[in-house]
Design a protein around this ligand. Sequence first.
Ligand code: NAI
Length: 443
Amino acid sequence: KARKDHYPAPYALIDLWVKYGDQSHSMMTQEAKSVANLVVGDTAKNLVRTFFLREKLKGQGKAPKDAPPIKRVHVIGAGVMGGDIAAWCALRGLHVTLQDRSHEVIGRALKRAAGLFKKRLKDPLRIQDAMDRLVPDVPGHGVARADLVIEAIVENVEAKQGLFKDLEGRIKEDALLTTNTSSIKLETIGEALERPERLVGLHFFNPVAQMPLVEIVHSDKTDPAAAQRAAAFAKQIDRLPLPVKSSPGFLVNRILMPYLLEAVLIHEERVSPKVIDKAALDFGMPMGPLRLADTVGLDICLSVAEILSKELDVPVPESLRVMVEKGNLGAKSGSGFYRYQNGKPLEDKGGEGGKAPRDLTDRLIGRLVNEAVACLREGVVDNAELLDAGIIFGTGFAPFRGGPLNYANRLGVDNYVDKLQDLEGRHGGGFKPDSGWEALAGG
Ligand code: NAI
């Protein structure tokens, strides 16, 4: 799967064997040369950085002293997220009760869980054990015994507030109370609680089993020990915790959205989705932005974009609204920027899709990097390393580039600001360099 221009090492290794495999002496000399070249290359340096970034995230998950262990989890909402979070917790050995309004919804989640257990555990006894640990619970009996409650119901303020109000009187004294909200401020949900300091955001990404990052969201009101316990829980279930401040889009969606929206704007300029996505893949992203938007669902993209546009300067492209109004929601509706059948992309036999504008890649990545600098300035995360780590493990941002801030640093902060100013001149205010660049230039 590795591309030679991004990951040269496996190709260099094969080359060695092809050229010198039958001459043991020159093989060693050539290998020394080849490895020396690779080790000082950008890819190796950045991948070493990425390795330590992962370690740094793991280091965020130290349990606070004397914190009670988390053995029983109660998940409320058995939809896309809650169902998969519950399954993942059961896979990792926890006892889980899963609540929703009907048995049918929970049944669908259990079916997906069985598929996950089968794939990961293989052994029928272990699969059965995991299934036994995941208990459907429509009346919500599990609440009273849970060490941790995870709310993953619909994204609606009143619904969540109502639920938390009811939960507060029923949970154990030392239970941890969390929400998987992706866009509602923790402060707003917390208004329903007598003790809002207990509430922490535990923001998983979709699909839960494949996305290693969990944002641990805290507000000014959150008890730091509760946030620390939530981070330790993420590590306990083998996920990477990233502490973030409660602010619109937290870190990952906030940075991803301008990049996706820029792709939509470029598409409005009649550049084909194929060309746009290819530029992102060539840069090293795991998926092009328009394919990603189709996969997430254009309605979800639109609602996140609208929330961000209210609080930040992120205009929503008109064409996105029109597509959603027409019911073109991406993979789930059969058509979006691409066409799909039963959720699977239809093979496109068309050619390259036209010529790419010269500044296409810079436009896509420039928006993302500029937003990253804004997040650092605002203190959404504590430091540049955590930011790069969050974007690599939360979005798959080209690991061999070591993160968006590392990428800009390597190109030179002044050069990057020049590039953004140039783009601003041609494409408008979205590229106006954030004031946070000044601090980076000084550092
Ligand atoms: P969904 O619509 O698939 O599932 C929500 C479930 O909650 C439904 O099954 C519904 O029956 C149930 N529900 C609603 N009110 C309830 C109540 N009072 N008691 C018990 N069950 C109730 O939604 P989805 O996508 O799983 O989202 C859930 C939460 O996760 C939202 O806050 C969303 O913002 C967040 N989230 C979603 C992501 C995604 O990609 N879908 C990613 C990260 C977070």
